[in-house]
Design a binder for this molecule. Sequence first.
Ligand code: BGC
Ligand code: NOJ
Length: 821
Amino acid sequence: MRYGHFDDERREYVITRPDTPLPWINYLGCQDFLALVSNTGGGYAFYKDARLRRLTRYRYNAVPPDQGSRFLYLRDDERTGSSPECWSPTWQPLRRPLDAYECRHGLGYTRIQSRCSGIESGVQFFVPLGEDLEIWLVALTNHRSRQARLSLFGAVEFCLWDAWDDATNFQRNLSLGEVEVEPGVVYHKTEYRERRDHFAYFACSEPTVGFDTQRSAFLGPYRGWDAPLAVEAGSLSNSIASGWYPMAAHHVRLTLDPGERKELVFLLGFKENPPDGKFDPADSHVLNKRGVRPVLDRFLQVSECRLALSDLAAHWHDLLSGLQATTPEPHVNRMVNIWTAYQAIVTFNLSRSASYFDTGIGRGMGFRDASQDLLGCVHMIPERARERLLDLAATQLEDGGAYHQYQPLTKRGNNDIGAGFNDDPLWLVVATAAYLKETADWSILDHPVPFDSQPGTESPLYEHLRRAVQFTLNRLGPHGLPLIGRADWNDCLNLNTFSSTPGQSFQTAPVGEGRIAESVFISGLFLLAASEMCAIALHAGRSTDSEVLEAASRAMREAIWAAGWDGEWFRRAYDSVGAPIGSRQCSEGQIFIEPQGMCVMAGLGIDDGRARMALDSVAARLATPDGIVLHAPAYRSYHLNLGEISSYPPGYKENGAVFCHTNPWIMIAEARLGRGDAALDYYLRINPSAREDKSDLHRCEPYVYAQMIAGKESPSQGEAKNSWLTGAAAWNLVAVTQWILGIRPTYDGLEVAPVMPSGWGGFEAVRRFRGATYHVHVTRIGAGNDLQLEIDNQPVDGTVVAPAGPGAEVQVVVKVGALAE
Ligand code: BGC
Ligand code: NOJ
């Protein structure tokens, strides 16, 4: 069953009923001002950091869910009496049945269109490029045969900045709230009189007849956002918040003739003043609003909002045109050309901080997460990728290790979870390699970057990368495999941090010696990173470094074959007493997906059949119609010595769910073996669009990946969870575009080496690369994966197209398969 449909032409997903299985959300904002918006207007906004600069409040674990923070109410002022007619044009929070409803989530905007009682309303939410504000562009049309007299109320509930503190520290916070009011504008300035230099504001383009800034005045006693007293009464009381719960509501009265349409704007903004220019006059406590006035003057005009919307559309059009493909498979086209690229940028912006599953009060930016997210969008936003690499490297520790997370506002590593996730630093190498292949900007290697954000410790980025790889080599275990530390990619495989205390974080539980537990997964990742590092070192004229790494890689390969191979697949790890994990010797957790993907991606066993054996084992033991599970059998009881992994019931999360992040590793591995059919098959099992028809089972949004889909051993197999912020976006995009379509940047140029599914007659693609545009035309001429390339009508050897230089248009014709004799 579906709850909507794709509109590929307009690059939108159209939701046709408000009661989706879960809130289906979208993101607004491209850089500093960011917001979540659901299909009924829920969500919240923040500036840069979802925890430390939260603008509007989100109510965690609320029932009914998803009420807030864009409150719009319409009231029919002709119907008076005990039960006036009121509704929300976005359905929530009033949830009165609407005569028509449609939500279109597009690239950086969401539009909710509805109709009730003869009044049509359309609300478009978006954040203009380069501005620190969110616009609600509202249009109302009277379809009645008579004049309509309406009240429109627009409201937000402010969060007192630090969203964690806001949700917990009532004894202080309920005595802090302060606002200022000017006609049509409410300013939220809690804590501004002391150490904050920033404030928020909520404005309306139409003359207003009233406002409220104290929540209790607006809602009335014992009422919620779904039954505000002031809306029912049809008038606000001009309340001024002092402490308690500052909010902003504006009341507009409208008279619409039959057929008349009226547009107006609500605007939620953020402003930071210079510390010495906070007040106006300087010796007062009155906000200096001079910086805000021109913004209000501009964006409270509908025409300016329309211009900003078309700028936004052009921005996204430009980003996505970096890679467009037309294949025989609509689910590939839709996801590659629109949604996965979009999701990759959203995850790049937010890491794992703020979604409907990541609360925005927990994690900051993850080191490995941000590194991998970059893989999916470096071709669209190379400058931002460069900045991100330098930011990440600046949080790296002197020993080459990394904080697991850093705070986006301060860009400093945070110690909440600490360091010691031994895969983390290697991802920085993988990400930098992707950046270099895309841009050939070798100068980044010389860029001075501090360690642990400490001035005076600056070293060239190259040195950071070198230490990242050396970090693994300095931490080898009894079998010569990398020590795992607190965990590797699988955050829940905590082989050194045992926890028998309820509620304790598995990842910060005291770490044991840590000299025994080893990770085969990290060994594969090491080989991948080391081979990139060798190429980088050679390019940088550091041939000694490359020789050292070659030797280390040889030793690592030997260690893997000696201790990491189980006979039919790669083992996962060794625990703290040296017992294998992910082996046929185990009764549960016999085989894991991660090392099969990573080791084959690193090239292991491709020549001697062992890669094929490993992937065949994946197909036989881990693949399900809903994707490939992490491991099997899932753990049925709690194993103290394995950490968080077995804390989940079988089939959920890291205990044997389908992780959409790791499935693409198997797709890439299959492509490396030339098995395009298997690669595409796996791709389609988890492709959200291909699962749209079972939205009632899948439950999450059909336009973006979720972190996981419940595995075969769970009672709700096939149900997705934790949508949006997942490395699945980047990796699925890489797998399908670089390995199935085969269009991938290399240090020397753009490689075009498709591993096409046998049923495809061909495909077309356009790829921007280092300033040139490559038009790729692929045709199957026979069975198999043989490739013949012609560049601008000239046959060439090999599959790498040399860079053509900025502005060039290059035609690349590829014939796939062997001609029948
Ligand atoms: C979750 C993991 C997540 C980790 C983040 C764990 O509690 O189960 O999925 O990766 O926290 O640090
Ligand atoms: C989500 C985390 O953000 C990511 O870093 C980790 O690799 C996966 N979960 C698997 O545990």
